[in-house]
Design a binder for this molecule. Sequence first.
Ligand code: PLP
Length: 503
Amino acid sequence: VLPPLPELDRLAPVPLAQQIAGFYADAIATGRVPPGERLPTIRAVADGCAVTRSTVQDAYRRLADRGLVESTVGRGTVVLATGAAEGAPSGALSGAPSPRGALSRYAEAAMRRTQEVVAAPPLPPGTALVANFAELMPDDAAFPVDDWRLAMDAVLRTGGGELLGYGHAANGLPSLRALLAERSREFDPGVTADDVLVTAGAQQALDLVLRTFCSPGDTVLVSVPSYHQMHGLLRAHGLSVVQVPFGEAGLDLDRLARALERPVRLAYLMPTFHNPTGRTLTLAQRQALVDVVSRTDVLVVEDEYQTSLRCRGEALPTLRSLDPRNRTLTVSTVSKELFPALRIGWVVGGQELLRPMAVVKRFMDLESSPLLQAALVEFVRRGSFDRHLDALRAELRLRLDALRSAAAEHLPPGCTISDPDGGFVAWLELPQPGHGDRLAQQALLRGVRVVPGRMFDLHQSPSRGVRLSLTRATVEHIHAGLAVLGDCARQIVDAPVAAQPFL
Ligand SMILES: Cc1ncc(COP(=O)(O)O)c(C=O)c1O
């Protein structure tokens, strides 16, 4: 019996390749296509489902990424024995030895992703740097090193050896949790120390959320574009991903509602200074979004990685504070507003969500460093944190103003740039898909580094945009860099269509 062909829903917001991959992943998980069996040829699926061969290739590549199949010349696409266990009910295949490589599937996916994805290449040798808009890393020249040293010294003098032992505080030092709760109340009035779990940066928090609430084969919804390091995590956890467009008017709520008609386990969103666009959802957009998700039981994870870096307008409530179901988690970090080296982030959530996360986190690292947490409390207590934040925001305001005026001066018609109210990222968009990727290539040759927009799409589809990070770009760099970007953009936009390769 030949393996079945999928039935595709062309009105669904889910890409056809994803539907095909999802269909065969289910068929493998339920044993309808057993290990060793071949999937239909790419041509058979393309003809049978009236899609292009590259769509089927994309679908099969996704299955291979999840370790479910292997494609070899001559043998076609064969279901792997390890793959059958992935979505099977627990215990269904227990005890069955499975042939496997040296690495776990998680590690395989992490290795593959790390090899595949180079967000922004370095300048070609001999090219002088005009502006670096690539990495979203705080500028180490601006770190208040002396103030931090004083805080470390003070806590070591008072806390001594105790701070160098285990802190016996799996959810985080109580003093830090109280402080983070107090600071979070600006955006989420009811937060108490009990609602806070300290993590090793936001990145660990995101991994922890997936470990705690998702199983391989579950579907997770993300915006497109979206934070690219999350894409790697989603792949490593063997999750299916639905992308919902995030544009000038915020998240596309019609597409969101349609995507949520199918089972979706979790939605990952960035309502404030979204990475990579820098856009922020208004209060009305937040409420409308919460209205849509709260008709379902989808778990929402909002990544508030730069919330305190607001330069303009009022602080806005978190999605969590608007969610009547108590099914939203807020992830935050000190990496962008202080130093990434602390590896301190935190999650705010109700007990039902936080308790299992804390247990899983103990499995991963026992606890976060008591010494660094205590020093952070001291750093805040001395006023050093707020002084640093004020200085950072003042500089950021100058840079965002410079970006606005340089964009108005240099960008040709048809190009747009986002106008962030804070945070270090902005999004420059050209008229056609693929233009952003060409802009990144051409600007690099002229000394300007940006991240091409396709990096923020799970499938790396051609993008109109590029991300500009302002952490390493001074006001002077911004003016010089935008002059180059404007010039390259003009050449790309004016080029005859035939001269525009589809990247
Ligand atoms: C949107 C977003 N979330 C999370 C992180 C990870 O931050 P952390 O250094 O706290 O792990 C980053 C880092 O750039 C980010 O941009």
